[in-house]
Write a protein of this length. Structure first.
Length: 205
């Protein structure tokens, strides 16, 4: 009985870390769709998808992510963690830090995109594709918030303190690192694709 109780206590202490990592792994379900399942379903590689196929991909991904979000929130409630429960109000200095970081993020995004990312995506995708893409972004952001919330709850349940932004640290070393490398991969793939097209064009000349 002691052994069983000890295992249960360890599991209870790790449950929020497990939920956070589950939310992170759920983001990887998109790769399973994009690289394994959908190329066979659509009969073409992701780089050659039409607007309709991209929208279908986003809808499939959102369906998987939505089911995962519901499951994770339900699991957290079993351990008396209600994500929709009203917590303490943020202090004035915290709002200042949030505002400064938000402004910095907007500046970096503007410089990176050489303008407004939202406006550029709207004109590049058109209104219909733009709407579905931002629905997809909303589901992605929800999972990102769950990594943050569950990670922070894990730290607070271990230490009974909230002095370290463990949720943010966990988010940075999971989704942050993965996002960095996947973006690098897609940029490299795009460059290789462009170079191949240029070579084909030169041969035709």
């Amino acid at each position: 009985m002691r052994d069983n109780n000890g295992v249960k206590m360890k599991k209870d202490k790790c449950i929020f870390l497990i939920l956070a990592l589950s939310a992170f792994l759920a983001l990887g379900l998109e790769a399973v769709l994009a690289f394994w399942l959908e190329p066979g379903l659509f009969g073409t590689a992701m780089s050659e998808w039409s607007d309709r196929q991209n929208i279908l991909h986003w809808l499939f991904t959102c369906a998987l992510w939505g089911c995962t979000v519901i499951g994770l929130i339900h699991a957290a409630k079993k351990y008396e963690f209600n994500l929709f429960e009203r917590g303490k109000r943020a202090l004035s200095w915290q709002w200042i830090v949030i505002t400064v970081l938000l402004i910095c993020n907007m500046i970096i995004s503007w410089l990176d995109w050489n303008g407004s990312k939202i406006i550029k995506e709207f004109f590049a995708n058109g209104p219909v594709k733009f709407v579905f893409q931002y629905i997809y972004y909303t589901f992605e952001a929800t999972l990102i918030l769950l990594i943050l919330a569950f990670g922070q709850k894990a730290y607070e349940s271990w230490t009974q303190k909230n002095n370290i932004p463990f949720g943010g640290i966990l988010l940075a070393v999971t989704w942050g690192v993965a996002h960095f490398f996947t973006q690098c991969y897609f940029h490299v793939a795009a460059c290789v694709g462009n170079l191949s097209n240029e070579e084909d064009y030169k041969r035709q000349e």
